[in-house]
Design a protein around this ligand. Structure first.
Ligand SMILES: CC(C)(COP(=O)(O)OP(=O)(O)OC[C@H]1O[C@@H](n2cnc3c(N)ncnc32)[C@H](O)[C@@H]1OP(=O)(O)O)[C@@H](O)C(=O)NCCC(=O)NCCS
Length: 214
């Protein structure tokens, strides 16, 4: 739903079994409900208002999440051990694009705190306005495998549809198997960039390119 401030929110916290089957049209809701029996914690998806991306508390929670995900081995732009001072500029650059209205940010909250995130990033070319790139999809390691990632991704799809987008694009590090997560939500692997990711000298990984039609 769109609240009085213009922000889009999933009204269905994951783990809320009694509403099963009632709110299938709410982005982020149907998948969360299917996985409800596995959820120990209640998470809520939020489409963050552009101005709210400047919140220092949110920034710290997202930085903590990114650090924890990296240290747990997540393929989100850095390698463990995570250095917050290295990740912070990347987060600030991503948030700056949300604050100025170019990109959209979706977060998962648990007990009010952000524990997951994903960006729907725009392209500058006028010829590419019908699709965007999904970036930085991650959920706190404690929540992984509980349906939280699916709830987050469906929330991002809801944002994309609200923007009238026709396709979403993303890339994943080869060898992680994480493309299997995206394939469950309608993405197709359309290409492979050999050796695109150098995780260490002499340790190059392929990058897989995925697309989803909305
Ligand atoms: C990728 C990530 C967001 C998935 O979130 P999650 O909470 O673990 O995923 P869910 O529990 O919602 O799983 C949804 C489905 O995807 C599958 N899945 C999840 N992670 C998977 C993986 N790495 N490989 C293959 N399938 C996966 C699950 O088995 C589940 O399938 P099912 O419904 O048939 O049981 C999360 O694991 C994460 O943050 N990983 C680290 C960061 C990262 O690598 N992000 C991707 C950057 S491109």
């Amino acid at each position: 739903m769109v609240d009085s401030t213009g922000a889009w929110r999933s009204v269905v916290p994951s783990g809320f079994v009694p509403l099963l089957g009632v709110v299938e049209t709410v982005a982020g809701g149907s998948y969360a409900l299917r996985r409800a029996e596995n959820m120990q914690q209640m998470t809520v998806f939020e489409h963050v208002r552009h101005a709210d991306a400047a919140c220092t508390e949110l920034r710290q929670q997202l930085l903590d999440t990114w650090v924890a995900v990296t240290d747990a081995g997540g393929a989100v732009g850095f390698v463990p051990p995570a250095d917050p001072a290295e990740i912070a500029p990347a987060l600030d650059a991503a948030l700056a694009r949300v604050i100025d209205g170019r990109d959209e940010l979706g977060v998962l909250r648990r007990d009010g705190a952000a524990v997951g995130m994903g960006f729907v990033a725009a392209h500058t070319s006028a010829l590419r306005r019908h699709w965007r790139t999904v970036l930085r999809v991650m959920v706190d390691p404690e929540l992984q495998g509980s349906g939280a990632g699916g709830q987050l991704l469906e929330g991002l799809h809801g944002i994309a549809r609200s923007l009238g987008l026709e396709q979403l694009h993303l890339t994943v590090r080869g060898g992680t198997g994480v493309e299997g997560f995206y394939e469950r939500f309608g993405y197709t692997v359309i290409g492979r960039h050999p050796g695109a990711v150098r995780v260490a000298p002499g340790d190059d990984r392929d990058e897989l390119i995925l697309v989803k039609r909305l």
